[in-house]
Design a protein around this ligand. Structure first.
Ligand code: ACO
Ligand code: ZN
Length: 165
């Protein structure tokens, strides 16, 4: 872990370092059905450390968010080509939810992608994942599309996005 960005009671929010990746992978395995190779986590940390953020309590990682940047068509402007931040994955361990940690992770990642001059920030979320959809809506993301059978099990995703400028 690196410099603390924000303190939330006993929880510190910081940029991730290489030594955090094993714990991030463990949290991902416990909380989400979408998993990735070790190399993918390493490459996200190498490419966008500004928006790879972890939450730690008493020396234990309890949450993470990791992102990438892309160039592509705007989710807001017709015919606009923009730089976009993309939330690849976010999770907080079950026992530590509803304390504002998820919100702090998203807010700090927004700061990170703004540093990289992204115009927009977007993500996909299962349509049934009410907790996550509410979190994103609270922070100003709006549903821009429904992606048919986006997940391996056939469930649809909402594409949610926010303009950053
Ligand atoms: N019920 C209702 N609203 C909720 C809930 C809930 N269970 N959880 C979050 N929210 C909304 C509320 O508006 C809440 O604000 P409030 O507490 O002031 O009402 C707001 O989100 C912020 O909540 P936090 O406490 O900051 O969120 P938390 O730390 O609990 O983390 C998260 C939310 C990350 C979605 C968590 O539930 C989680 O890890 N879930 C499993 C993994 C997951 O689904 N990740 C998202 C997948 S999509 C993707 O990765 C791009
Ligand atoms: Zn995605």
């Amino acid at each position: 872990m690196q410099v603390i960005l924000r303190q939330l009671g006993d929880c510190s929010i910081s940029r991730a370092g290489p030594s955090d990746l094993i714990s991030v992978m463990e949290i991902n395995l416990k909380t989400l059905p979408e998993h990735y190779s070790d190399y993918f986590y390493e490459s996200l940390l190498a490419e966008l450390p500004e928006a790879f953020i972890v939450a730690e309590i008493g020396g234990k990682l309890v949450g993470y968010i990791m992102c990438k940047t892309e160039y592509g068509f705007s989710n807001f402007k017709k015919l606009g080509f923009v730089k976009k931040g993309h939330v690849v994955s976010i999770a907080v361990l079950d026992e530590y939810r509803r304390k504002g940690i998820g919100q702090a992770l998203v807010e700090e990642s927004i700061n990170g992608v703004k540093l990289k001059k992204c115009d927009e920030f977007y993500l996909e979320v299962r349509c049934s994942n009410n907790d996550a959809v509410r979190l994103y809506e609270k922070l100003g993301f709006v549903i821009r599309q429904q992606l048919n059978a986006y997940y391996r099990d056939g469930e649809d995703a909402y594409l949610m996005a926010i303009e950053l400028n």
